[in-house]
Design a protein around this ligand. Structure first.
Ligand SMILES: [Mn+2]
Length: 315
């Protein structure tokens, strides 16, 4: 084991100075040395509407200037409890979806085989598919807590499968999930048709709309905490959050949950064995004042803090 894996001290190096990294952490390539490795997946070739998520990792690194380590709930210093590092970016190829997904899968598999949690910063949601492929190979079928305006279980588009709106269907079809342990939170209409959520429901997913979150946040949190044992993946599409708080995304949908509700729900994942996570669909060119990037950076920190709290509870 090497390195302290701590952010630079902001009272020594100002937050606005230096080279940007995820959560102001050191760059470190080898997952064997850390508990969690954060990697960028700068790829948006699976996008069906407004592109730009390829610039997400870069924006999250810059927004990470304002992230901090001590989380008062659950009372844990993320960087004391968990050795984390910025593992750089996967070398995605902008005009080759298959090659890009293969490279993401290889990197996530390397991280998982080293025994570390893989934290992916996208990129569009297509990036979650190779991540889950890799994690399922190492850990077996996964449960998922999936935050999103969309179910992403939709049919191919223009003959293309996968794209960023198909990946949770692809995961079921490939046998990568425990579908009864999948929660989709924030999904909302209007839809293209009455059966838009049919695949998800038939697969056995449990769905909570954004309105469910607003009306019954505590029930949603309780449902997350009550998920059965097993390995889990946490997938966070920033468009689950209301566009007023997360405008920087390609396919916004009004009526989303709020950022504080997102963070509260992420905290509930401390009840789960999370082996991988992502934050995806941040499109910085569409962001106003960088607020969506700041949200994404905090989603990343909150998810890892939950991982840290889970480990502490098992000690
Ligand atoms: Mn999505």
């Amino acid at each position: 084991m090497t390195g302290p894996f701590k952010p630079r001290d902001p009272r020594v190096v100002p937050r606005f100075a230096g080279v940007s990294t995820f959560l102001r952490l050191p760059l470190h390539d080898d997952p064997a040395d850390v508990d969690a490795l954060i990697v960028g997946a700068p790829f948006d070739g699976g996008t069906t509407y407004r592109p730009g998520a390829r610039f997400g990792p870069r924006a999250v690194r810059e927004a990470s200037a304002l992230t901090r380590g001590y989380h008062p709930d659950p009372g844990i210093d993320l960087f004391e409890a968990l050795r984390c590092a910025d593992g750089g970016d996967v070398a995605c190829v902008p005009m080759d979806l298959g090659l890009s997904l293969d490279r993401i899968e290889a990197r996530v598999r390397q991280i998982a085989e080293a025994g570390a949690v893989a934290a992916l910063v996208g990129g569009d949601h297509t990036c979650a598919l190779p991540a889950v492929r890799a994690l399922a190979k190492v850990h077996g079928p996964l449960g998922v807590v999936h935050f999103d305006a969309h179910s992403d279980t939709y049919p191919p588009a223009w003959g293309m499968d996968p794209h960023h709106g198909t990946v949770f269907r692809n995961m079921v079809e490939e046998g990568l999930l425990r579908p009864q342990d999948v929660l989709q939170i924030g999904v909302r209409g209007p839809f293209s048709g009455a059966d838009d959520l049919g695949f998800a429901r038939r697969a056995g997913f449990t769905l909570f709309s954004a309105e469910d979150v607003h009306r019954s946040l505590d029930a949603v949190i309780a449902r997350i905490a009550a998920l059965p044992p097993g390995p889990y993946y946490v997938s966070f599409d920033v468009d689950g959050v209301d566009p007023s708080m997360a405008p920087g995304t390609g396919t916004p949908v009004p009526g989303g949950f709020f950022s504080w509700q997102a963070l509260a729900m992420l905290r509930a994942t401390r009840a789960l064995d999370v082996v991988g996570c992502d934050v995806v669909e941040l499109s910085p060119d569409l962001d106003e004042g960088g607020r969506t990037a700041l949200l994404a950076a905090n989603v990343l920190a909150e998810t890892l803090a939950a991982v840290a709290a889970r480990r502490r509870s098992k000690l």
